[in-house]
Design a protein around this ligand. Structure first.
Ligand SMILES: Nc1ncnc2c1ncn2[C@@H]1O[C@H](COP(=O)(O)OP(=O)(O)OP(=O)(O)O)[C@@H](O)[C@H]1O
Ligand SMILES: [Mg+2]
Length: 262
């Protein structure tokens, strides 16, 4: 089932006298449960597209539909609530709150929404990510990879249907990058989530079910003939990466779907 769709999406910025066409007519459709890598050179429009998909910014033209619901048609408050309940963000800077311990950081989005944490579900996420023994520690005492895992746990804590990750491995070495990307993939499968991940790392991109290349604000054809619609699911490499990461971290979560929220 289609979960994310864009129609003629454009975003133009004015920088002084110049107009920058950050997105110049993007039409994509993403299926539920799909793990998509968004790739392209610096300035090609990747972050702009992710921000539009997550309703963090409004398009100049066109619309984003999430499960058929138009973001454009929502009022500001409505969009904020919709975003908080349906979309989890993971950024390159882990953005953990330094004065809160790891557990407090993970449940922060729930607290902000006045919700009681689902402890059994949280335990599953934390185990899958392999950070059970870090809950009482402050973020500054964790490695980059561990901080990013905590940030992923925080994004997952609200059981979002969609995870938008903007270069989540950008600050990690190559081993940690592969591990974190593998964990995102594992979580997507275990918790039935749709992941859209921006990356510069070809190895990380190869883990995805599908690679969406963007150039000058448009979905592009790739060198070597892999086009925007190419689905890579089922390739041995893509599958192994996810399952290896789960095994390495002692992941035990069962492949069930979390209860949906209201
Ligand atoms: N708030 C803004 N105001 C003006 N121009 C902007 C703004 N945000 C982005 N742009 C411009 O839009 C274009 C696309 O930017 P975007 O951040 O989406 O690129 P990107 O693909 O994420 O690049 P990177 O890989 O470096 O993160 C760039 O030319 C950028 O300068
Ligand atoms: Mg960017």
């Amino acid at each position: 089932m289609e979960i994310v769709k864009t129609c003629g999406l454009k975003k133009y910025f004015v920088n002084g006298e110049y107009e920058v066409r950050a997105l110049d007519g993007v039409d994509i459709s993403i299926e539920e449960g799909e793990f998509t890598a968004l790739v392209g050179s610096s300035g090609s429009g990747k972050s702009t597209l992710l921000n539009m998909l997550g309703g963090l910014d409004t398009p100049t033209e066109g619309d984003v539909l999430i499960r058929g619901q138009s973001l454009k048609s929502m009022k500001r408050d409505e969009k904020t609530i919709f975003r908080r309940r349906n979309i989890g963000f993971v950024f390159q800077q882990f953005n953990l709150v330094p004065v809160l311990n790891v557990y407090e950081n993970i449940i922060l989005p729930l607290r902000l929404d006045g919700l009681t944490p689902d402890e059994a579900f949280l335990k599953k996420i934390i185990q899958t990510l392999g950070i059970e023994d870090k809950m009482g520690q402050m973020p500054s005492t964790l490695s980059g990879g561990q901080q990013q895992r905590a940030a992923i746990a925080r994004a997952l804590s609200v059981k979002p249907a969609i995870i938008l990750a903007d270069e989540p491995t950008g600050n990690l070495d190559s081993r940690a990058s592969m591990e974190v990307a593998g964990l995102l993939k594992t979580c997507a499968v275990h918790f039935h989530q749709t992941v859209i991940l921006v990356t510069h790392d070809e190895e990380v991109a190869q883990m995805a079910d599908r690679i969406l290349p963007i150039e000058d604000g448009k979905i592009a054809m790739r060198h070597g003939g892999i086009d925007a619609g190419t689905h890579l699911a089922g390739r041995a490499g893509a599958r192994d990466a996810g399952t290896t990461a789960a095994r390495d971290t002692g992941g035990t979560a069962s492949p069930d779907r979390p209860e949906g929220r209201d």
